[in-house]
Design a protein around this ligand. Structure first.
Ligand code: PEP
Ligand code: MN
Length: 269
């Protein structure tokens, strides 16, 4: 297709490996686990998640400082102060940070405190944001659009890649379909298709993909078997008290079990 080329396997045969430093990678042949709360809430919350991740040898923490909420009255995140606090604690613990950037003006203020910039499903086709992230020397994970096709996701990545930033990761996080029994429809078809078409790593987000806590682990493991290079999921000490997405968030016991099962399942692949 003429609509994208640099992110395709026709352009580059070798798999792209994302090196976050200190021996932490997101790459083909490996299984990156990224876990953390939907939103960054407080110093206490961050510390508890970091301790949990350390106990389970999970090297990458997710969390939102800028939150794209469907309602303007919902919690919208702690912003740059929350990100700075999080970064100071994570760096001491040797944990890498993946977090969402919502607009161009945030890139510069976030830059020193981020290991991977996340482009959320509501911004997959924010082409100005993608252009600016093309000029940045840090990895970018692009989530699939709410109603986005696989082809559109590839084209969004092409924006960043063609702008000069080749450190890209895809994330399948579910799409909107006619099905109402789940929050989204996790399209695991996207995993083999993206792996076939592109040299970039593919991550699955079962938390947003199904949106129901008790089903997250099954869809995570299905994602591993579908060929994902990483799994990103939500965890919180007390999911019921989380400021956002508690209904799909695992408690620490569930998260420990899932991290173990992800590794066991990956070893069977
Ligand atoms: C999130 O990761 O918390 C998030 C808002 O995800 P998405 O953009 O996939 O809805
Ligand atoms: Mn969330």
């Amino acid at each position: 297709s003429d609509d994208y080329k640099l992110v395709s396997k026709k352009w580059k045969v070798k798999h792209t490996s994302i090196d976050l430093g200190d021996g932490v990678f997101i790459k083909e042949g490996d299984m990156a686990i990224m876990a953390g709360p939907c939103s960054i809430e407080s110093e206490d919350q961050i510390s508890k998640v970091i301790d949990h991740l350390k106990e389970n040898d999970i090297k990458i923490m997710r969390g939102g400082a800028y939150k794209p909420r469907s309602s303007p009255y919902s919690f919208r995140g702690l912003g740059i102060d929350g990100l700075k606090l999080w970064h100071s604690l994570a760096e001491k613990a040797g944990i890498k940070i993946i977090t969402e950037v919502m607009q161009v003006s945030q890139i510069e203020e976030m830059y020193d405190y981020v290991d991977v910039f996340q482009v959320g499903a509501r911004n997959t086709q924010n082409f100005n944001l993608l252009d600016e992230l093309g000029k940045v020397d840090k990895p970018v994970m692009i989530k699939r659009g709410i109603s986005g096709t696989i082809e559109e996701l590839l084209q969004s990545a092409e924006y960043v890649f063609s702008g000069g930033n080749e450190k890209l990761i895809f994330c399948e996080r579910g799409i909107r379909t006619y099905e109402k029994a789940t929050r989204n429809t996790l399209d695991l078809n996207a995993v083999p298709v993206l792996k076939d078409k592109s040299h970039l790593p593919v991550v699955v987000d079962p938390s947003h993909g199904i949106g129901i806590r008790k089903f997250v682990h099954q869809m995570a493991l299905a994602g591993v078997m579908a060929g994902a290079d990483g799994i990103i999921y939500e965890t919180h000490e007390v999911p019921e008290k989380a400021y956002s997405d508690g209904q799909q968030t695992l408690d620490f016991a569930q998260s420990s079990q899932l991290a173990r099962q992800i590794r066991e399942t990956f070893a069977l692949r």
